[in-house]
Design a protein around this ligand. Structure first.
Ligand code: ATR
Length: 296
């Protein structure tokens, strides 16, 4: 466990230091370096986890360069999760199902092993909040972009049978629904993203996977007064300033699940894959919310 003073090898590195990181573009906003380096320090593990701004055109070079430097593994975020697929020598079942990789390990023969820990992060946090079975819940998923894929795989794996998918571009929702429900409209049905006509009175859980409200809009346009009082709002988007959906949930006293929890739990599984250790999740959360810890 972490001591009051990090050891010199943790501060400065040495010939034994092992390399981890995250590839993304942009990457400056990412909390992953903080989450992983805190956990590495907690266990006094001689690794470094660095953010790498990798432009899409340089992804292949970055991948092989990272391996050449002796890297152990890395996370991938926007815009690389799907682009990494063809470079992987092995893929976990989850990464195959989602069609995206967010965790890469370099195997003993230098092989690239792709996994997806977003599904685990998403469902672990949801199951902590919902004590009864998820199968029978009416779940409304907003958005049908890349981030939605892991959510749908996780919900279907959990046996959920009443998923409504609403997206601004309806065809995108239909394509995803057909793909993941294998054409069974009973599992996932699509509806237009028209906030005035969404069947909110029937909904138990809303999962937001859109970037709605994050770019200059102040409010999330959901008429939350129509939701039942037990409804749970889950924003997989996170912001250290709080998201528009979080503010809406607080205003209407609805249970809210923060995307930051999902981020920490997906990181915990990646950490376990690379180091074999359990991430001290609650301790990391406490460190991140400590006012003395700067998150940007
Ligand atoms: P990601 O990979 O992070 O999911 P994305 O593929 O760009 O990002 O998807 C963003 C999602 O937010 C999409 O579902 C998008 O809707 P469209 O498919 O119609 O583009 C949704 N989105 C973004 N801005 C939105 C807005 N102002 N209103 C409604 N939906 C929005």
């Amino acid at each position: 466990m972490i001591s009051s003073r990090p050891s010199p090898r943790l501060l400065f590195g040495d010939g034994e230091s092992r390399l981890l990181g995250v590839f993304g573009d942009p990457i400056a906003h990412s909390l992953s370096p903080k989450i992983h380096n805190l956990s590495l320090a907690y266990w006094d593990l001689n690794y470094r986890y660095l953010p790498f701004r990798v432009r899409p055109k340089n992804l292949e070079q970055a991948l092989f360069g990272f391996r050449a430097l002796g890297g152990v593994g890395f996370n991938a975020t926007i815009p690389h999760k799907e682009a990494l697929l063809p470079f992987m020598d092995q893929l976990s079942l989850t990464a195959k199902k989602v069609g995206a990789v967010n965790t890469v390990s370099i195997g003993p023969e230098g092989q690239f092993i792709g996994d997806n820990t977003d599904t685990y992060g998403f469902i672990t946090v949801l199951k902590k909040q919902v004590s009864t079975v998820l199968e029978d819940k009416n779940i409304l998923v907003l958005g049908a972009g890349g981030a939605c894929r892991a959510v749908l795989v996780a919900l279907l794996d959990e046996g959920c049978q009443h998923i409504l998918l609403a997206n601004r571009t309806r065809e995108r929702a239909e394509t995803l629904a057909n793909h993941f429900s294998h054409g069974d409209p009973a599992k996932i049905s699509t509806i237009p993203l028209d906030f005035t006509s969404l069947p909110l009175e029937e909904v138990d859980i809303i999962v937001n996977t859109t970037s709605l409200g994050l770019h200059g809009h102040d409010e999330f346009p959901l008429p939350a007064h129509r939701l039942p009082s037990h409804a749970l709002l889950y924003d997989i988007v996170y912001s250290t300033q709080g998201t528009p959906l979080k503010r809406l949930a607080q205003k209407h006293r609805l249970t809210f699940v923060d995307g930051l929890d999902m981020l920490i739990h997906q990181a915990a599984l990646a950490f376990k894959i690379w180091t074999g250790r359990d991430m001290p999740v609650e301790w990391v959360k406490g460190q991140l919310s400590n006012p003395g810890t700067k998150n940007e």
